[in-house]
Ligand binder design. Structure first.
Ligand code: PLP
Length: 427
């Protein structure tokens, strides 16, 4: 039997018809982003119900974001302390673009230049700690927990337990959930991972009483974020450092939210005059590109080849964005700016508290601030602020939290206070 070969035109027609059928079956194969779609309905249909969301964000510029209807918002949430340079900062955009055209990803089987450059910058800023990069805060804390366990195994007769704090937050993996001192994040997932216990924050006697021969280290946020913006006292942190030294324990500071200059110092523990053994970072480290970092001082720097690893962690794009972010923060004096803006915001929040009785107390450090409400109405305030074009977030039912970009200016803060004032008046 002879078969006739299809002509080029026939082949092209067949491919075209097949492709049309394919697209009909899988419409996402082609880019439909130019058409207006019902994003909220699509989210309900295609995305797991882990978040409760009612707003579609389309683009951002500086301290402003814009929804899919073009409505502008003053963004004091900043990706929950992540967009430290605001949105679309030209230095970060340029670094990502340049790196994307050079090398997007390479395995950690090989050295990538941006990774060691970012590690060099963090070594300098931390006073000599070496880095390991991951993709998130939880992962950075996982690395820290493993390193502390190795330290306990090698140097403290197999000790493995980590003591963390009530009201703390360290992430959503099973180990970091086990370290998180808030029942609402833990209850559904019991049994939790072994080897974690919590004690009251700022209470040295409680920590001493909880320390046993099984204790390998202590994990703490020097300024608690998710728990409601509570700074540790200097006296407590110094006592904690001395206790860890005396008992050969590893002190881990979780700087995922409080680091990167947010509190008016590059690391929040600098306020308390201590130096931890391990530091974890994420959120703002790459200006919005996913990254995590686990830094170890010499005493704790005991990982060996094969102990730990990651596919994406320290990826060239994330590290290029991280370098651009650090160069901008340090080079443009944004840590000092955060301290100044923090004082300004604090003053304005105090004024607001005097005007509205429902505000019961303001607290915080630098651009990490909060106030409490006498009723569980944080959501009402956030809703009313949103109606007025202001994005703020909460920490629990009756605390409002402010973690704006470090580039924020007094005029932005004045505008935010004006909108908040109107939101409270509308309660
Ligand atoms: C102090 C702290 N640690 C860890 C995490 C977890 O970070 P990620 O969400 O990047 O895993 C967070 C997140 O909010 C945090 O605030």
């Amino acid at each position: 039997m002879t078969t006739t070969k299809p002509s080029a035109a026939e082949t092209a027609a067949t491919i075209g018809a097949n492709r049309d059928q394919l697209i009909q079956k899988h419409p996402w194969l082609v880019d439909q982003s130019l058409s207006k779609r019902d994003w909220m309905a699509m989210e309900r249909q295609f995305y797991q119900a882990t978040f409760k969301r009612s707003l579609v964000m389309e683009r951002g510029q500086g301290v402003r974001v814009y929804d899919d209807n073009g409505r502008e918002y003053l963004d004091l949430v900043a990706g929950i302390a992540t967009n430290v340079l605001g949105h679309a900062h030209p230095n970060v955009v340029r670094a990502i673009q340049q790196q994307a055209s050079q090398l997007i990803h390479v395995s950690n089987l090989y050295i990538n230049e941006r990774q060691v450059e970012l590690a060099e910058a963090l070594y300098d800023l931390s006073g000599g700690m070496r880095s390991f990069f991951s993709n998130s805060g939880a992962e950075a804390n996982e690395g820290a927990i493993k390193l502390a366990r190795k330290f306990g195994r090698v140097n403290r007769n197999g000790a493995y337990e980590i003591i963390s704090m009530d009201r703390s937050f360290h992430g959503r993996t099973l180990a970091t959930t086990s370290a998180t001192g808030q029942q609402k994040y833990q209850d559904t997932w019991r049994p939790l991972a072994d080897g974690f216990k919590q004690v009251p924050f700022n209470d040295l006697d409680a920590l001493k009483a909880a320390t046993t021969e099984k204790t390998a280290g202590v994990l703490i946020e020097a300024v608690q974020g998710e728990g409601g913006i509570y700074p540790a006292s200097t006296e407590y942190m110094q006592g904690l450092r001395a206790w860890c030294d005396e008992h050969n324990l590893i002190l881990i500071c979780d700087e995922v939210q409080a680091g990167m200059g947010r509190t008016g110092k590059f690391f929040s523990w600098e306020h308390m005059g201590i130096i931890p053994d391990i530091v974890t970072m994420a959120k703002g480290l790459a200006g919005g590109v996913p990254i995590g970092a686990m830094l170890a001082a010499k005493r704790a720097d005991i990982f060996e080849p094969g102990d730990h690893g990651t596919t994406f962690g320290g990826n060239p794009i994330a590290c290029a964005a991280g370098l651009a972010t650090l160069r901008t923060i340090v080079g443009e004096g944004l840590v000092e700016h955060a301290a100044e803006m923090g004082d300004y915001l604090h003053g304005r929040l105090e004024q607001l508290a005097q005007k509205h009785d429902i505000i019961t107390g303001t607290r915080g450090l630098g651009l990490m601030r909060a106030f409490d409400l006498s009723e569980a109405r944080a959501q009402d305030i956030m809703d009313r602020a949103l109606e007025r074009g202001l994005l703020i977030t909460n920490a629990g039912l009756s605390t409002i939290r402010f973690v704006p970009p470090l580039i924020i200016q007094p005029s932005d803060l004045d505008e935010a206070i004006e909108k908040l004032d109107a939101a409270f008046s509308a309660l």
